[in-house]
Design a protein around this ligand. Structure first.
Ligand SMILES: [Zn+2]
Length: 178
Protein backbone atom coordinates (compact mmCIF):
# COMPACT_ATOMS: atom_id res chain seq x y z
CA UNK A 1 0.00 0.00 0.00
CA UNK A 2 1.40 3.38 -1.04
CA UNK A 3 1.74 6.10 1.58
CA UNK A 4 -0.18 9.36 1.33
CA UNK A 5 1.78 12.03 -0.51
CA UNK A 6 1.49 15.29 -2.35
CA UNK A 7 -0.07 14.79 -5.78
CA UNK A 8 0.32 16.88 -8.91
CA UNK A 9 -2.67 19.17 -9.46
CA UNK A 10 -3.81 19.06 -13.10
CA UNK A 11 -4.41 22.39 -14.82
CA UNK A 12 -7.01 23.62 -17.27
CA UNK A 13 -6.47 21.94 -20.64
CA UNK A 14 -5.82 18.53 -19.07
CA UNK A 15 -8.60 16.22 -20.37
CA UNK A 16 -9.04 14.57 -16.95
CA UNK A 17 -10.72 17.76 -15.71
CA UNK A 18 -13.50 17.28 -18.26
CA UNK A 19 -14.21 13.58 -17.65
CA UNK A 20 -17.22 12.40 -15.71
CA UNK A 21 -16.11 10.52 -12.60
CA UNK A 22 -17.10 6.93 -11.79
CA UNK A 23 -18.92 6.09 -8.55
CA UNK A 24 -16.77 4.26 -5.97
CA UNK A 25 -17.94 0.69 -5.16
CA UNK A 26 -16.48 0.50 -1.68
CA UNK A 27 -14.27 2.81 0.37
CA UNK A 28 -11.28 0.68 1.43
CA UNK A 29 -7.55 1.16 2.14
CA UNK A 30 -6.74 2.28 -1.43
CA UNK A 31 -9.43 4.98 -1.33
CA UNK A 32 -8.27 6.08 2.15
CA UNK A 33 -4.71 6.58 0.87
CA UNK A 34 -6.09 8.69 -1.98
CA UNK A 35 -8.21 10.71 0.49
CA UNK A 36 -5.17 11.35 2.73
CA UNK A 37 -3.14 12.39 -0.32
CA UNK A 38 -5.91 14.77 -1.40
CA UNK A 39 -5.88 16.36 2.07
CA UNK A 40 -2.07 16.65 2.00
CA UNK A 41 -2.13 18.19 -1.50
CA UNK A 42 -4.90 20.59 -0.50
CA UNK A 43 -2.91 21.75 2.52
CA UNK A 44 0.22 22.22 0.40
CA UNK A 45 -1.73 24.51 -1.98
CA UNK A 46 -3.61 26.27 0.85
CA UNK A 47 -6.96 25.54 -0.81
CA UNK A 48 -10.32 24.72 0.73
CA UNK A 49 -11.36 21.81 -1.50
CA UNK A 50 -9.84 19.31 -3.92
CA UNK A 51 -11.47 16.65 -6.09
CA UNK A 52 -9.93 13.39 -7.39
CA UNK A 53 -10.25 14.46 -11.09
CA UNK A 54 -7.94 17.39 -10.23
CA UNK A 55 -5.15 14.88 -9.60
CA UNK A 56 -6.05 12.79 -12.67
CA UNK A 57 -8.31 10.21 -11.00
CA UNK A 58 -11.82 9.93 -12.43
CA UNK A 59 -13.54 8.75 -9.26
CA UNK A 60 -16.30 10.38 -7.25
CA UNK A 61 -14.11 11.48 -4.34
CA UNK A 62 -13.31 14.93 -2.95
CA UNK A 63 -12.08 16.54 0.25
CA UNK A 64 -13.15 19.75 1.97
CA UNK A 65 -11.06 21.72 4.48
CA UNK A 66 -12.42 25.16 5.20
CA UNK A 67 -10.54 25.50 8.48
CA UNK A 68 -13.85 25.02 10.25
CA UNK A 69 -15.14 21.92 8.46
CA UNK A 70 -12.84 19.11 7.34
CA UNK A 71 -14.29 16.00 5.73
CA UNK A 72 -13.95 13.53 2.87
CA UNK A 73 -16.79 12.90 0.42
CA UNK A 74 -17.41 9.83 -1.75
CA UNK A 75 -20.34 9.34 -4.17
CA UNK A 76 -22.11 12.62 -3.24
CA UNK A 77 -25.73 13.48 -3.97
CA UNK A 78 -27.25 16.92 -3.50
CA UNK A 79 -30.75 16.23 -2.21
CA UNK A 80 -31.94 19.78 -1.63
CA UNK A 81 -30.57 23.25 -2.32
CA UNK A 82 -31.92 26.61 -1.18
CA UNK A 83 -31.05 30.28 -1.55
CA UNK A 84 -28.81 31.89 -4.13
CA UNK A 85 -25.60 33.84 -3.65
CA UNK A 86 -22.95 35.07 -6.09
CA UNK A 87 -19.40 34.94 -4.72
CA UNK A 88 -15.96 35.04 -6.32
CA UNK A 89 -14.29 31.67 -6.51
CA UNK A 90 -10.91 30.43 -7.57
CA UNK A 91 -9.87 26.93 -8.59
CA UNK A 92 -6.54 25.19 -7.97
CA UNK A 93 -6.73 23.88 -11.55
CA UNK A 94 -7.06 27.42 -12.99
CA UNK A 95 -4.49 29.49 -11.06
CA UNK A 96 -5.16 33.19 -10.53
CA UNK A 97 -8.52 33.31 -12.27
CA UNK A 98 -11.50 34.30 -10.16
CA UNK A 99 -15.07 33.99 -11.32
CA UNK A 100 -18.27 35.12 -9.66
CA UNK A 101 -20.41 31.99 -9.38
CA UNK A 102 -24.05 31.86 -8.31
CA UNK A 103 -24.67 28.91 -6.02
CA UNK A 104 -27.17 27.69 -3.46
CA UNK A 105 -26.51 28.90 0.08
CA UNK A 106 -27.90 25.90 1.92
CA UNK A 107 -27.72 22.23 1.04
CA UNK A 108 -28.97 18.89 2.20
CA UNK A 109 -26.53 16.26 0.92
CA UNK A 110 -25.82 12.58 1.13
CA UNK A 111 -22.40 10.99 0.77
CA UNK A 112 -20.17 8.13 1.89
CA UNK A 113 -17.34 8.96 4.29
CA UNK A 114 -13.77 7.54 4.50
CA UNK A 115 -15.07 4.67 6.67
CA UNK A 116 -17.63 3.64 4.02
CA UNK A 117 -20.55 4.95 6.04
CA UNK A 118 -23.42 6.62 4.19
CA UNK A 119 -24.23 9.98 5.82
CA UNK A 120 -26.75 12.75 5.38
CA UNK A 121 -25.75 16.31 6.25
CA UNK A 122 -26.96 19.90 6.13
CA UNK A 123 -24.49 22.64 5.29
CA UNK A 124 -24.36 26.34 4.47
CA UNK A 125 -21.95 29.19 3.70
CA UNK A 126 -18.43 28.41 2.51
CA UNK A 127 -18.80 24.67 3.18
CA UNK A 128 -21.89 24.47 0.94
CA UNK A 129 -20.08 26.48 -1.74
CA UNK A 130 -17.03 24.21 -1.68
CA UNK A 131 -19.27 21.13 -1.80
CA UNK A 132 -21.00 22.41 -4.95
CA UNK A 133 -17.69 23.42 -6.59
CA UNK A 134 -16.20 19.94 -5.98
CA UNK A 135 -19.45 18.25 -7.04
CA UNK A 136 -19.06 20.12 -10.34
CA UNK A 137 -15.50 18.75 -10.72
CA UNK A 138 -16.90 15.20 -10.53
CA UNK A 139 -19.11 16.08 -13.51
CA UNK A 140 -16.29 17.67 -15.50
CA UNK A 141 -17.63 21.17 -14.89
CA UNK A 142 -15.33 24.14 -14.15
CA UNK A 143 -15.90 27.72 -12.91
CA UNK A 144 -15.19 29.17 -16.38
CA UNK A 145 -18.35 27.38 -17.56
CA UNK A 146 -20.34 29.89 -15.48
CA UNK A 147 -19.00 32.83 -17.49
CA UNK A 148 -21.12 34.20 -20.33
CA UNK A 149 -19.83 33.21 -23.80
CA UNK A 150 -17.82 36.35 -24.59
CA UNK A 151 -16.16 36.62 -21.18
CA UNK A 152 -15.44 32.90 -21.23
CA UNK A 153 -13.66 33.15 -24.59
CA UNK A 154 -11.75 36.18 -23.29
CA UNK A 155 -10.68 34.35 -20.12
CA UNK A 156 -9.64 31.27 -22.11
CA UNK A 157 -7.54 33.44 -24.42
CA UNK A 158 -5.89 35.19 -21.46
CA UNK A 159 -5.16 31.82 -19.87
CA UNK A 160 -3.64 30.64 -23.17
CA UNK A 161 -1.53 33.80 -23.34
CA UNK A 162 -0.25 33.10 -19.84
CA UNK A 163 -1.97 36.06 -18.19
CA UNK A 164 -3.25 33.82 -15.40
CA UNK A 165 -1.28 30.59 -15.41
CA UNK A 166 2.36 31.20 -14.66
CA UNK A 167 1.76 34.18 -12.43
CA UNK A 168 3.26 33.65 -9.02
CA UNK A 169 1.67 36.40 -6.97
CA UNK A 170 -1.22 35.27 -4.86
CA UNK A 171 -2.88 38.52 -3.91
CA UNK A 172 -5.94 38.22 -6.11
CA UNK A 173 -8.37 39.41 -3.49
CA UNK A 174 -10.36 37.39 -1.01
CA UNK A 175 -11.56 34.56 -3.26
CA UNK A 176 -10.63 31.09 -2.06
CA UNK A 177 -8.96 28.45 -4.22
CA UNK A 178 -11.22 25.43 -4.32
ZN1 LIG B 1 -11.75 23.65 -8.54
Amino acid sequence: MAAAGILKVRLLGDPCLRRKSRPVKEVGPVERVLINSLFATLKEHKGVGLAAPQVGISEQIFVVDTGKDTFAVVNPKILKSEGRAATEEGCLSIPNLHVKVKRAEELVVEFTDEHDRRLRAEMSGLTARVFQHEHDHLNGKLIIDYLPGVRRAQALKQIKDGVFIGKTSHDAGHAREI
